[in-house]
Design a protein. Structure first.
Length: 341
């Protein structure tokens, strides 16, 4: 640089992310939507404490728009949406802002813009950890966007994401002695001598339908398709059957999964908002990445509603995916596939 006055200046750091808001997944709306706004995309900003006392930050969000001449119908299909940003200061060890945090903490800044193609905000932050959360003012509004964050001091910026991890393994090591059966599953203890050694999906459906409500196994009557998926959990050879000794462990697992779903279904309607999907998986013992969760919402929900049966099927698919990846990883030394894929 030839200009002497610029010698003391440093270039700004820039981070950009191309993302989209999707109905039922991360289009949680503005701060007025207390139950869903935490589902919006979250971007963590860490400003080092050994640097300057303040950091200037510029945040820009650019809405997607259709190129070329648009008809009246196309303009109605892709309207410009009112956007905004929320900035929260968070503890260093906090991974993701959740609904409880939103309800108990006040945002440092909330900026709402009119329906324009690009919205820009400039502010100053002290050293620490912060979350910038872009949002559409109304929930369940879909559009693509380009987010850019500029800082003039040393900073680390990344999108908040979770690992694909199983923190609670399935309970198929359940004690199957007759005393335990009579205590926890008395009806099953009576049936064990009548049940064939191998149980298929139809037999499992009959067993579950006879006691799904009394033993808190399910939120609704099981379908044959659900039972087929449950059989797959302990059917590595894909025979369509499991040994009857697996039944107690399966029932115990269903009780645990039902309890997780019931936390988000206070009215006992056997369904909940798809925005609760991440929390449901967490309560069931799994965490998934943003991309996996987005795919799960597209596949297992309808009109932003997740049924209890769809939730169970999703759990089965996720456990099987982990199991399959582990098997492939052991067989192939140079496995280029990731668990997310």
């Amino acid at each position: 640089m030839l200009e002497p006055s610029l010698h003391s200046k440093r270039p700004w750091r820039a981070v950009l992310a191309r993302r989209r808001w999707r109905v039922g997944f991360n289009a949680g709306g503005g701060p007025q939507c207390k139950d869903t706004t935490a589902m919006n995309p979250q971007f963590r900003v860490h400003i080092a404490k050994n640097g300057a006392k303040k950091c200037h930050v510029v945040v820009s969000i650019l809405q997607w728009y259709a190129l070329g001449a648009l008809t009246l119908e196309q303009n109605k299909k892709y309207p410009l949406l009112p956007l905004g940003f929320t900035v929260y200061e968070v503890p260093p060890n906090m991974a993701r802002i959740n609904t409880h945090f939103i309800l108990t903490h006040q945002a440092l800044d909330v900026v709402v813009h009119a329906p324009v193609r690009e919205a820009v905000i400039f502010f100053t932050l002290p050293p620490g950890d912060f979350v910038i959360m872009p949002f559409t003012v109304q929930p369940n509004c879909e559009t693509k966007f380009l987010l850019r964050i500029f800082t003039d001091e040393i900073s680390n910026i990344w999108e908040v994401n979770d690992e694909n991890v199983i923190s609670r393994e399935l309970t198929f090591t359940y004690n199957t002695d007759i005393v335990s059966l009579q205590t926890d599953f008395p009806f099953l203890a009576k049936l064990m001598h009548k049940i064939p050694q191998e149980v298929d999906a139809l037999m499992l459906q009959k067993i579950l339908r006879s006691s799904w409500r009394s033993l808190n196994l399910l939120c609704e009557k099981p379908s044959l398709e659900l039972c087929r998926n449950l059989i797959m959990l302990r059917d590595p050879l894909i025979t369509g059957k499991i040994n009857k000794t697996e039944l107690p462990g399966l029932l115990y697992t269903l009780q645990y999964w039902r309890a997780a779903f019931a936390k988000h279904d206070p009215n006992n309607r056997s369904k909940t908002s798809s925005f609760n999907f991440r929390s449901l998986l967490w309560d069931a013992g799994l965490t998934v990445s943003n991309k996996v969760l987005e795919c799960a919402v597209l596949r297992f929900t309808k009109s932003s509603v997740l049924t209890s049966e769809a939730f169970l099927v999703a759990l089965v698919k996720l456990y099987l995916a982990h199991e399959r990846f582990t098997t492939v990883e052991k067989k192939m030394k140079e496995n280029g596939m990731t668990l997310e894929e």
